[in-house]
Design a protein. Structure first.
Length: 471
């Protein structure tokens, strides 16, 4: 069977708008980067046309694949699939995210607002959230199961691109034959160096200046204006018998509200409610709430609080795992309190109310003394991250629920910048023997194409019948 010949070249990155490699690399340098775990880029061309771009970093276990590559025109007028993988097991990649923008020529009509894009986010257990988003902001989403062989592939060995890729990905049949471009060394040696750094893999949200949110007199500037931090409000003690903390909307509490994987020392711990006042607005807001575990110990690092099954490697840029709010209220409580609340005929949301003078409310079980402390969510309903602070000895100092009112705000003099480090330690890669069965990359791509086709068809039917008003 006749195969397809492709050329492979290497670089530091790929410039999508100009459709060219940034800082092309000699094969030897690309190989060195691969073995050293440094990021690099692989460009696959056929007939001088870009057909695929791979971005690889062995150190962090990240691989992305773009199919096909934009042709250098308007980057918003493109047909592109981006597959993102993480090495969860030694030598095995998990396809955790896919985003597809449909080709302009695939439109069946001239109504651009109805043209959808498709995305899929796959958990390590195979549960996948799939969504279709139209250009007018409409959204249809559902869940499906992805078999192991269609979400697990081997980590590509350097230079073995013909065996890892699939000719059918490029609309061809037969084997994929990789050839070296002519004059490779001369072209690479004369390419002028570029000031553009190597590409960066997606990373989740980083905490803002959390210390300043509880420092009276601190001043911060956000895109919504300048604000002054007021004296924190003392919300009293939270009874923590198990040390397993839950952050949740008290009005919709259920068994799905799992405690964080990091426990704190049992006991009674104080809750502080951050308060702020806008310079140009007549109202104040609640930017954060803190559960203080060790009040005398400085916080030297922050990390995102996680629940069982959550993995920071699955997060995209500026994404986070948070607790959901549906009634404009968040709360801290112990796991034992959650279970006591669920045993009540009435939920805390109907048993307490904010009195207008305080930024918090409390609920207590008269029989056991178990309690929770509630606070307004700064931006209302949505999802909010909780950050875990640690001292120099590594022990937990506090938990901060960030209402994102001042996230990313700039510290104004004399407010100091929060110099606490950010910890984003990914779980260790599991042994390859624990990995699910891996399949060919081409089969995975074809399976997700079928999932996309079904989801787009279902979304179109739902839109036509107005089953989802927001779509």
């Amino acid at each position: 069977m006749e195969g397809m010949a492709v050329e492979v070249t290497y670089g530091v990155d790929w410039h999508e708008r100009e459709a060219r490699l940034v800082r092309p690399l000699l094969v030897e340098e690309a190989r060195r980067r691969h073995e050293a775990g440094e990021p690099y880029t692989v460009l696959v061309t056929a007939g001088q046309a870009p057909r695929a771009v791979l971005r690889i970093c062995r150190d962090s276990g990240y691989v992305s694949l773009d199919l096909p590559v934009p042709d250098g025109g308007d980057p918003d007028d493109r047909g592109e699939q981006r597959y993102e993988f993480r090495e969860l097991w030694e030598g095995r990649l998990h396809l955790f995210r896919l985003r597809e923008w449909l080709l302009p020529e695939s439109r069946e009509d001239e109504d651009e607002d109805s043209e959808p894009s498709f995305s899929a986010e796959t958990r390590p257990n195979g549960r996948a959230r799939v969504a279709v988003e139209s250009e007018d902001g409409g959204l249809f989403e559902t869940w499906t199961e992805i078999p192991a062989e269609f979400r697990t592939v081997v980590f590509p060995a350097f230079g073995a691109w013909g065996g890892w890729l699939d000719a059918e990905l490029f609309g061809a049949s037969g084997p994929l034959v990789v050839v070296l471009p002519r004059g490779d060394e001369e072209v690479h040696a004369t390419e002028p160096p570029s000031p553009q750094p190597a590409w960066a893999e997606p990373k989740g949200m980083r905490p803002g200046n959390l210390a300043a949110l509880f420092t009276a007199g601190a001043r911060l500037r956000s895109r919504d204006g300048d604000a002054e931090i007021l004296e924190p409000e003392d919300a009293g003690l939270l009874h923590v018998p198990t040390g397993r903390i839950v952050a949740a909307d008290p009005g919709t509490l259920s068994e799905r509200n799992q405690p964080f994987t990091v426990a704190v020392s049992p006991g009674d711990h104080r809750v502080l409610i951050a308060r702020m006042r806008w310079d140009e607005h007549p109202w104040s807001e609640t930017p954060a709430a803190a559960l203080v575990i060790r009040p005398e110990e400085p916080t030297v690092s922050w990390e995102l609080a996680l629940r069982p099954g959550q993995d920071v490697r699955m997060l995209g840029d500026d994404e986070f795992y948070g607790f959901g709010v549906d009634s404009g209220t968040g709360s801290f409580l112990d796991l034992a309190t959650r279970d006591a609340v669920l045993a009540q005929e009435e939920r805390p949301g109907s048993l307490f109310a904010f009195d207008g003078e305080k930024s918090h409310a409390r609920w207590q079980d008269p029989g056991t003394g178990l309690n929770l402390v509630a606070y307004p969510s700064g931006h209302g309903d949505g999802s909010y991250p909780v950050w875990i602070g640690r001292g120099a000895d590594g022990e937990v100092t506090r938990l901060v629920a960030d209402m994102l009112v001042l996230h990313g705000a700039e510290a104004l003099a004399p407010t100091p910048t929060d110099r606490a480090a950010f910890r984003a330690e990914a779980p260790r890669r599991l042994p390859a023997t624990d990995a699910p069965s891996a399949g060919p990359l081409g089969e995975a791509v074809r399976h997700f194409s079928a999932v996309r086709a079904r989801t787009v068809a279902t979304a179109a039917e739902a839109r036509a019948r107005w089953l989802r008003p927001r779509f």
